[in-house]
Design a protein around this ligand. Structure first.
Ligand code: COA
Length: 144
């Protein structure tokens, strides 16, 4: 988790993402709690006992307040995905997302959603390679 956080912070052209001491443990607890609360699962990829990647997915259903604006969806949401640099380009993330897809299908999901930091070009290429289309975009401006 610490390595993942540090990598994202290093991508931020504005320097606003930080990874303070203790972030990894905090993020790990949050990931497990959120998966438990939202029909989710956390998957770990191992190579001879070493953890070389992980992924977390949760299930979200339309809430009553959204009923006038959006179809009656059940979506899988991938909330975390990380593969250690030395293990990349070996289809580990592809395999992890495939296993999450199975989890989502078993719970009736019709689509999968993933939030991506716009400067994270390699993750965007990875998702494009799996057929994900870019859909939501947040814009941002520093106030002078
Ligand atoms: C993005 C990430 C999860 C990909 O993991 P991976 O195990 O290396 O991915 P795969 O081996 O399954 O890649 C499958 C395909 O995706 C594309 N792809 C993967 N990484 C890519 C990159 N850096 N640049 C361009 N395309 C890439 C390729 O088409 C690749 O197939 P190929 O190797 O035959 O060309 C990994 O780079 C990572 O952990 N990055 C840091 C954390 C991160 O950004 N997580 C996502 C947050 S939203």
């Amino acid at each position: 988790m610490d390595d993942f956080g540090a990598e994202l912070a290093a991508m931020d052209p504005r320097g606003r993402l930080i990874r303070a001491r203790g972030m990894g443990g905090h993020a790990l607890k949050r990931m497990l709690r959120r998966a438990a609360d939202n029909e989710g699962v956390v998957l770990v990829a191992e190579d001879e006992g070493d953890v070389i990647g992980f992924a977390s997915g949760e299930v979200y259903r339309r809430i009553r307040d959204e009923r006038f604006e959006v179809i009656d969806y059940v979506n899988g949401e991938v909330t975390e995905l990380y593969v250690a640099p030395a293990a990349r380009r070996r289809r580990i993330a592809t395999t992890l997302l495939g296993a999450l897809d199975d989890h989502f299908r078993e719970r009736g999901c019709g689509a999968v959603r993933i939030e991506v930091f716009v400067p994270n070009a390699s993750a965007r290429s990875f998702y494009a390679s799996l057929g994900y289309e870019e859909r939501d975009l947040a814009v941002f401006r520093i106030l002078s």
